[in-house]
Design a protein around this ligand. Structure first.
Ligand SMILES: Cc1cc2nc3c(=O)[nH]c(=O)nc-3n(C[C@H](O)[C@H](O)[C@H](O)COP(=O)(O)OP(=O)(O)OC[C@H]3O[C@@H](n4cnc5c(N)ncnc54)[C@H](O)[C@@H]3O)c2cc1C
Length: 299
């Protein structure tokens, strides 16, 4: 029996694993896609304190080495469901099933994609989702924000401070974000809003060079250095949705210790209900959940 099973291997999961394993707890980490989670796809991280610049894949492999050194057991398996027993949990995976005293869900969230051919090749190479993460790479450049809701408008206002030219491509006939923010955006000289238009193609060799857009007047190519796709995020909540209380958007509700509505199950990082989804907020969750569990185990 494990003390803790952690589902996911993103930075929140890695942080919990470090704390738990350093306290001699028996930890199993399950991951179904890539070691290090979402950040492993980032070409450059410049906002992680103490590290001036690092590629996402190097950050991910540093984290993996760290948990390996502390003796965390790692398995490339997808967790399919969690069953609550009297004094333990059973986590069933696509390969096996494992028992533990506590479970941490750290399954993250996915940015919604445009659904275009070769789109994954451009993620991190011109296609971004997070202005706080990648906005600074586009100072004095030409950028398009795709979307017209609140997050798109907030992203566009922030980007327009430093970009040379900013397009907003909205598939509806108006922007649907908060009115005062829409007015603020419309006053910006370097912003052009293109309504009733969709992006149909991403062009470029290794890096994004232009996008093809389409509306009732036909197709057109816009030269851009980057796009910020701002059409929402989807929580990876399959494991939790029939078991744990979620918020209206499908994220897991937790208390101040990252405890969910089920005693013994914690949720950390991007999968939990919160406003800011970043590396540093994820590591904070990982620390809080781990220390809370250590205190419970050592009672
Ligand atoms: C391209 C990109 C660039 C970014 N750049 C920055 C940046 O510069 N700075 C910053 O602060 N933030 C950045 N972010 C955001 C940051 O990556 C996230 O906030 C952070 O990774 C969240 O960590 P997490 O541990 O919650 O989950 P994630 O990193 O999302 O990891 C969750 C993991 O769980 C796994 N998983 C899901 N379901 C299961 C299951 N059933 N069984 C097993 N495994 C499962 C997934 O495969 C995934 O690996 C970026 C995000 C992206 C996508």
């Amino acid at each position: 029996m494990f003390d803790v099973i952690i589902v996911g291997s993103g930075i929140s999961a890695m942080t919990s694993a470090i704390y738990l394993a350093r306290s001699s707890k028996k930890v199993l980490m399950l991951e179904c896609e890539q070691i290090g989670g979402a950040i492993a796809s980032s070409p450059r991280v410049e906002n992680y304190p103490g590290i001036k610049s690092i590629t996402g894949s190097n950050l991910a492999s540093n984290l993996y080495e760290q948990i390996e050194n502390f003796g965390v057991e790692f398995k490339f398996e997808e967790a399919l469901n969690i069953k609550k027993n009297k004094d333990s949990f059973t986590v069933k995976t696509d390969t096996d099933s494992y028992k533990s005293k506590f479970v941490i869900i750290a399954t993250g969230a996915k940015y919604r994609r445009l659904g275009l051919e070769n789109e994954e090749d451009f993620v991190g190479n011109g296609e971004s989702f997070c202005v706080a993460c990648d906005g600074a790479f586009y100072d004095n450049k030409t950028v398009a924000v795709i979307g017209g809701g609140n997050s798109a408008i907030v992203n566009a206002i922030s980007l327009s401070e430093n970009t040379k030219k900013l397009y907003i491509i909205q598939n509806l006939s108006k922007l649907t974000g908060e009115k005062s923010q829409v007015e603020k955006l419309k006053k910006k000289d370097n912003v052009e809003i293109i309504y009733d238009t969709v992006v149909t193609k991403l062009n470029g060799d290794d890096e994004l060079e232009s996008i093809e857009i389409e509306n009732k007047d036909g197709k057109k190519v816009l030269k851009v250095d980057g796009i910020f796709v701002s059409i929402g995020q989807l929580p990876n909540n399959d494991l939790a949705k029939d078991l744990i209380e979620l918020d209206d958007y499908g994220y897991i509700k937790v208390d101040n210790n990252c405890k969910t509505s089920i005693d013994g199950i914690y949720a950390i990082g991007d999968i939990r209900s919160k406003k800011i989804r970043q590396l540093t907020t994820s590591t904070a969750d990982g620390t809080i959940a781990a220390i809370s569990i250590i205190n419970e185990l050592d009672k």
